[in-house]
Design a protein around this ligand. Sequence first.
Ligand code: NAP
Length: 520
Amino acid sequence: MKTLRSHVCGAWHTADDGFKPLVDPSTEQQIARVSSRGVDFAAVLDHARRHGGPALRAMSFAERAGLLKAMSRLLRENRDELLELSRVNTGTTAADGAFDLDGASGTLAWYAGWGRRLGEHPVIADGDGIQLARTEGFWGQHVLAPRQGVAVHVNAFNFPAWGFAEKAACSLLAGMPFVSKPATATALVTERCVELIVEAGALPEGAMQFVCGSTGDLLDLLGPTDVLAFTGSADTAAHLRDRDNLRRANTRVNVEADSLNAAVLAPGTGEGDVWDLFLRDAAREMTQKTGQKCTAVRRILVPGDDLDRVREALAARLAEVVTGDPSHDGVTMGPLATAQQLDDAVDGVAELAAAGRIVAGTGLRADGEGAEPGRGFFFPPTLLAVDDARAAEPIHRREVFGPVATLMPYDGSAEDAAAIVALAEGTLVTSVYGDDEAWLTRFVADVGGFTGRLYVGSEGSAGDAPGSGIAMPQSLHGGPGRAGGGEELGGVYGLSLYMQRVALQGEHGLVDRLAGLGGE
Ligand code: NAP
């Protein structure tokens, strides 16, 4: 059986104790084991500070962009092998594994292209300059300069490749070395990604370290110039960000947590392109990656008069999903990733069903197509419905991390739809489908304070819209409140976590030159 390793202080570390098992969620067979026992975390930080940071900061943005390009190529060249590891360890179909892996290589590639254009100057000019005195003798310009600490990346189980790569891309391009920690249960894919990068010698010494298993006392050792970038559940986030050392040192902590994302059908949507897009998106965003996406749709809001037709049409689409072992022909949705996820999904649907009713699926474990009866963490797409969205408190609080969503009516006004979306106290993404611009304008203004991204499905976007679940490197990812309050990606916004914004002041021409604006 494979023993996964950490890569720290320039060498592979194999633990000799404290192992946790990794299993194939379709067969429940153990496939590997993980432990970080014996890693010296103070030495890890020291290695990054002494080697990785100086090496990265000695490079230009364009040179660091070249590192990302090489990483992206390695992931692309080994895509088939990584897809197979994803299937074995996370139960993904080829399409779902590709969503993670192509998201990883694509994000690295996009930041490589964008970063190359930042060129040779060591800082980034941020926004426009402004005159601060009577004349241009005193001028102000904000710039972003690399922070001189270490970034620790803690990732969730559901995106073992993308989670690793999207954080790595921003950290490296900003000039900050990182220590990456995948979720233990699905670490197989990340470990192989790291192995490919290490074997190829793609990064300078100390720029990337990898901890497979527990982080030990690593987080207790972080200080004022360091960064903790966390993705996972709101409960774990609350526990991690509460550390004394992080609070005392004002260590930057970015949290990407869970989210009860909503899809909203605007009133008056007939059976045209927008209706098709709404149904296609709703079904896909419930079932892609077996619903284990932080951006999955959990709540579906429709005008009361549309409730029956949406329920029937969506139930018909969900009935086409074939749940089973992804190695079996015809399977379109794999199992949940772990036994714990299965237990949580069953418990979660029971809680939601007590506030409403199940209208498609069962909310219970099922046998999977092509899998041994009684084995595997299979769970059918399950749609619930409630008659009164405000009275059903659990549907705005309980994230069931599986192929599960709840259908609910609103009164057709933008104000009511936005107020119901807001009951979840902060989401990563809200999608809305309709063409009435006055209605949409009101909705955007009312819901904008409660969500990190707004995806508008209209006649004009129906042909191109990729689905609301894709976190694109060009657009911000993160949401307020319960979603963590963090910001990742979004071009320069993604880098700013790893950089210090500095208000540069002085004579106009000099300030411009220091900011890399080429002024006289
Ligand atoms: P989780 O249980 O909170 O774990 C997340 C990560 O935190 C894992 O790497 C875990 O490591 C680590 N961790 C847990 N306790 C820790 C501690 N005391 N010290 C250091 N690290 C610790 O979440 P999950 O089950 O992996 O992921 C599912 C959740 O993530 C869902 O709620 C989902 O919505 C959310 N998510 C959010 C986003 C986003 O971008 N907003 C993206 C993906 C997922 P171990 O595995 O070793 O315990």
